[in-house]
Design a protein. Structure first.
Length: 396
């Protein structure tokens, strides 16, 4: 089974730039890299695959970039070598390593590499790679990918289309219920029992989150995890760093640093506000969402079925945010809120500059357009629609 991103990587193979695949731990980057290797081998390409979790290889490449030629044959003539490296961030200076080989063997070596956290991109990948790399992010699996992995190709084909046959609607909805609880980590999706799913998610929430904190040189890893748990209880809410400092007894600088690591580890997203009138519309504080709902539910230790949950509206809102972010891009997905607390969940802009506004309600009957007159009066040119549980499955 293949992730959708694999098609993009395949298309990128003929290009000269370095292909850098990033994403949270356990999203399937290693599997993606191995599938790329198999694809290249089937096409009779010269492929070399390494993982830098192998200390011997890591030490060899750290000692001198030229040592790579002890592991692969030196490129000669028109033959191109494909070097695939898993966990490239473990190198002391991955930027220098890749730059040296890119500049020396531009025609002879194509690098496809993975890295677990993007704070390594900021700290270890310098501007010297500008113009030499293309970054691909591998998130946890979408609902559509989940359906495909479960053999439900017919359902996947009609998901997010304007007309879902009644025959498929209830079946897709059952998968959505499941997705809102368990999320899209590949091992979770493929686990056969709830016990196994919980075990995987609890490991990600505890061990891997702490590993992110440790590798980014954060102190007080337990406090870092506690802050993630606090955020998990507040999805869809404004993120006020100043008030957080009193809630968790940490200074502003430390809280901001912890938030930065969570974002760079692909665990949370911050959505910025949309505004036109700077004096009356709230412009500063972002709203917070989780990149994976299974991780979020693990952090609050709540795996109850969707029908028994008090937070089902928040879960659906987080799901819709991820859909809109993927469709329009994070920079074009925002919310609207005024100082007197008039609010619309999402304001998005398409690639032609057209704006749309969406309010999320688990039950469509809870939506009344009259409650949003402050927005419709301020922006009569922006159509406002409700996204409910049913319409979240259709084209937005």
């Amino acid at each position: 089974m293949e992730r959708q991103l694999l098609n993009d990587i395949k298309k990128d193979i003929p290009e000269k730039h370095i292909s850098l695949i990033i994403g949270a731990r356990q999203t399937g980057k290693t599997t993606l890299l191995k599938q790329t290797s198999e694809f290249l081998k089937k096409n009779k390409r010269s492929v070399f695959y390494f993982t830098l979790e192998d200390r011997e290889i890591l030490n060899l490449l750290d000692a001198n970039p030229k040592n790579l030629l002890q592991l692969i044959a030196k490129p000669e003539g028109k033959e191109r070598r494909y070097v695939l490296i898993d966990e490239i961030q473990y190198l002391k200076d991955p930027s220098n390593f890749l730059k040296y080989h890119y500049d020396t063997y531009l025609e002879g070596i194509k690098f496809i590499v993975t890295g677990s956290s993007s704070f390594y991109i900021d700290s270890k990948f310098k501007d010297s790679l500008a113009g030499r790399k293309r970054i691909y992010e591998l998130p946890t699996m979408s609902l559509k990918e989940t359906l495909i992995f479960k053999g439900e190709n017919e359902l996947a084909e009609v998901l997010n289309t304007s007309d879902i046959p009644l025959l498929y609607s209830d079946r897709i909805k059952e998968y959505l219920y499941d997705y809102l609880i368990w999320g899209g980590y590949p091992e979770v999706v493929l686990s056969g029992s709830e016990k196994a799913k919980k075990s995987v998610l609890n490991e990600i929430a505890d061990s891997y989150a702490k590993k992110d904190a440790a590798e980014s040189n954060l102190g007080f890893q337990e406090k870092y995890l506690n802050l993630m748990k606090l955020f998990a209880s507040r999805i869809g809410e404004l993120l006020n760093v100043n008030s957080l400092t009193s809630d968790i007894a940490m200074d502003n600088k430390t809280v901001s640093q912890y938030i930065w690591v969570m974002r760079k580890s692909f665990h949370i997203h911050l959505m910025r506000p949309y505004y036109n009138n700077m004096s009356s519309e709230l412009r500063k504080m972002p709203k917070l969402y989780f990149a994976d709902l299974g991780l979020r539910n693990a952090l609050i230790n709540n795996y109850s079925p969707i029908g028994l949950r008090q937070d089902k509206g928040e879960l659906l809102e987080n799901y819709v945010y991820l859909m809109l972010k993927d469709k329009y891009g994070p920079e074009n997905t925002k919310f609207w809120r005024t100082n007197d607390k008039n609010e619309v969940d999402f304001v998005v802009q398409n690639d032609k500059g057209k704006l749309y506004a969406y309010e999320v309600k688990y039950d469509k009957s809870a939506f009344s357009e009259s409650k949003y007159r402050a927005f419709t009066n301020a922006y009569p040119e922006i159509p406002l629609k409700c996204i409910s549980l049913d319409s979240a499955l259709k084209s937005i």
